[in-house]
Write a protein that binds this ligand. Structure first.
Ligand code: FES
Length: 297
C-alpha cells in the first residue's frame, strides 16, 4: 500500500472543538476526500473499520437510551438533551431519533418539488408555526393558477401529511396577501432578498428591551436581542471557547461573555475584543409581534 497523504485540516482538539459540529463535519468530509483517492483495498479497509466503529457506537447508544427511557425523569432529560445539535446530529445519523419537524417539512417539500417543476411551478416554505401549522407559498406557474389550490391539496398537502402527521393546518400564503398584510416591520440586514424557510421563534414581547433571551429552535440554542423593533439572533455560543452566552451581562448594546470577558455587539455579532471572530448571525424578520428566523442548513 502507498503511504496515505497527510491531513489537510487539523483534527479538533479540546472540548470546544469536539463540540463544534461544523468543524467535525468539515474534518470528516476532508478525511473522506482523502480516502476517496486511495486504492480500492485501502478504501475497503477504511470502510470496514468505519462501519465497525459506527455499529459499536450505535449499539452502545441504543443500550443507553433503553436504560434511560423507562425512567420518566431520565427520559425527559434525554429528550431535552436533543436540543444539543451535536447530540441530535449523532442520534439522527444512527437513526435513533426521528427527524425534527423542520427537517420533515423540508423533506416533504423536496419530495413534491419535482412534480411542481414539471408544471413550471414551485413551493416555498414561508413559516412553521408550532405545534401544528405550516405556511407555504406557491411560486412560478402554480402562483395564481386557478388549479393551484387543488395542486396544493393533492400534492403538497399529501406529502406534508405523510411526513408530518402532527401538522393540522396548511395555509397557502399568496403574494398578494403577504403584500396586503405588509406586516414585516423589520428584516435584519443579514437576510438575503427572496429567501424562504422562515421559522417562527419567539414573540417580540418575550425579548426584554435592550436585553437578551435564549430559545431552543430545531435543536439549536439561539440568543435573541432587541432594541425597540431591531431584533437580532445569534448562536448562543461564544466565539472564544463556545460557552453559552445567555447568562452574560448586557450593557449599551454590548454583551460580555461571563467566562473570559469577550465582548460582542448585539446589533451585528461583531467581536469587539478579537475582531477576527464573531458570533454566528441568523437573519430575522418581525411580522406583527412575531419574530421569525431563517436558520438555513
Ligand atoms: S468562552 Fe471565553 S470569552 Fe466566552
Amino acid at each position: 500500500m502507498n503511504a496515505p497523504p497527510l491531513l489537510p485540516v487539523p483534527l479538533p482538539s479540546g472540548a470546544a472543538a469536539d463540540d463544534d459540529l461544523a468543524h467535525s463535519v468539515q474534518v470528516i468530509s476532508s478525511l473522506e476526500q482523502i480516502v476517496a483517492g486511495w486504492d480500492e483495498t485501502q478504501q475497503l479497509t477504511v470502510r470496514a473499520l468505519k462501519g465497525a466503529i459506527e455499529d459499536l457506537h450505535k449499539s452502545a447508544l441504543q443500550r443507553l437510551i433503553r436504560a434511560l427511557k423507562d425512567d420518566p425523569a431520565a427520559g425527559a432529560r434525554l429528550r431535552a438533551a436533543l436540543a444539543d445539535p451535536v447530540i441530535y446530529a449523532v442520534l439522527r445519523f444512527h437513526e435513533l431519533v426521528k427527524a425534527s419537524l423542520g427537517e420533515r417539512v423540508e423533506q416533504a417539500l423536496a419530495e413534491v418539488r419535482p412534480l411542481l417543476e414539471t408544471h413550471g411551478g414551485g413551493v416555498e416554505l414561508v413559516a412553521i408555526l408550532p405545534p401544528d401549522t405550516v405556511e407555504l407559498r406557491l411560486t412560478g406557474a402554480c402562483h395564481g393558477c386557478p388549479a393551484s389550490g387543488q395542486t396544493l391539496a393533492e400534492g403538497v398537502e399529501k406529502a406534508l401529511r405523510a411526513h408530518c402527521p402532527e401538522i393540522v393546518h396548511i395555509r397557502q400564503v399568496s403574494r398578494a396577501a403577504a403584500a396586503a398584510a405588509d406586516a414585516v416591520h423589520f428584516v435584519s440586514p443579514f437576510a438575503a432578498p427572496g429567501q424562504s424557510g422562515w421559522t417562527t421563534a419567539i414573540t417580540l414581547a418575550e425579548i426584554p428591551e435592550a436585553g437578551i433571551v435564549e430559545r431552543t429552535l430545531v435543536g439549536r440554542s439561539l440568543l435573541f436581542a432587541r432594541r425597540g423593533e431591531q431584533v437580532s439572533c445569534f448562536d448562543n455560543r461564544c466565539a472564544h471557547l463556545g460557552m453559552p452566552l445567555d447568562s452574560s451581562a448586557v450593557s449599551a448594546g454590548v454583551i460580555t461573555c461571563s467566562y473570559h470577558g469577550f465582548q460582542y455587539s448585539l446589533a451585528t455579532g461583531e467581536c469587539l475584543t478579537a475582531p477576527e471572530v464573531q458570533l454566528r448571525v441568523y437573519p430575522v424578520r418581525l411580522i406583527g409581534g412575531r419574530v421569525d428566523v431563517q436558520l438555513g442548513r
